[in-house]
Design a protein around this ligand. Structure first.
Ligand SMILES: Cc1cc2nc3c(=O)[nH]c(=O)nc-3n(C[C@H](O)[C@H](O)[C@H](O)COP(=O)(O)O)c2cc1C
Length: 189
């Protein structure tokens, strides 16, 4: 008993700041519901095993007829990353998802890539990282950076996911914006 009381007191004191030491979400449903597009990345290298797992999440995404039409380019080179996303934070990794064609016209291929993008985005957050999807840089990327990124011949980038460290404590200012209500979006028959 003598040993337990100080332990309980210690836990009571440190529990509010535990999230600052990293946060993983082991509940997949909570990751899906609570995600937000990170705005405030902080400098710091990603763990290589985590990065591999995040890329695997993209590789494991479902696709029409299981065609798996995608290619994943993992940009760790900070100079190259900065040319694609100007406000890059040290240690951010960009995962570019590309597919054959112009990246715009093939319906199911775009949907397949979107699912891979979403899986990468959510896996990163489930592992305690911040992530944000970008399509804004795609025109520049496809017109100027295909060779630098080593995209397979005839492929175009569809989207990229920026992944990196975040300070869990800043959720209050960067958590997800509101969503439309189910009453205006869902019809039950
Ligand atoms: C297909 C797609 C493209 C996006 N492109 C960009 C982009 O180019 N630049 C950017 O800052 N955010 C981009 N975003 C992030 C969205 O703005 C963000 O997910 C949305 O505002 C919801 O954010 P929240 O969940 O934090 O509220 C993109 C998101 C999606 C799904």
């Amino acid at each position: 008993m003598k040993k337990i009381v100080p332990l309980i007191l210690l836990l009571a004191v440190i529990s509010p700041i535990l999230p600052l030491f990293g946060q993983q979400n082991s509940d997949p449903a909570a990751s899906i519901i609570n995600h937000y597009a990170a705005r405030n990345f902080v400098p710091g290298a990603m763990n290589k095993a985590d990065l591999d797992l995040i890329v695997q999440a993209g590789i494991r995404a479902p696709s029409a007829s299981n065609r798996q039409p995608w290619h994943f380019t993992v940009v760790q080179d900070q100079n190259l990353a900065k040319q694609l996303v100007s406000n890059i934070t040290d240690g951010n990794v960009l995962i570019v998802v590309s597919a054959s064609g112009d990246g715009k016209t093939n319906g199911s291929q775009i949907l397949d890539c979107a699912l891979a993008v979403e899986s990468i985005y959510l896996a990163a957050q489930a592992l305690g990282y911040g992530s944000r999807i970008y399509t804004g840089p795609m025109n520049t990327l496809n017109s100027r950076y295909k060779a630098d990124l080593g995209l397979p011949g005839g492929y175009s980038a569809v989207a990229l996911v920026r992944v990196g460290k975040v300070q869990p404590g800043v959720d209050a200012v960067s958590a997800a914006s509101g969503r439309k209500g189910a009453d205006s979006l869902v019809t039950y028959k």
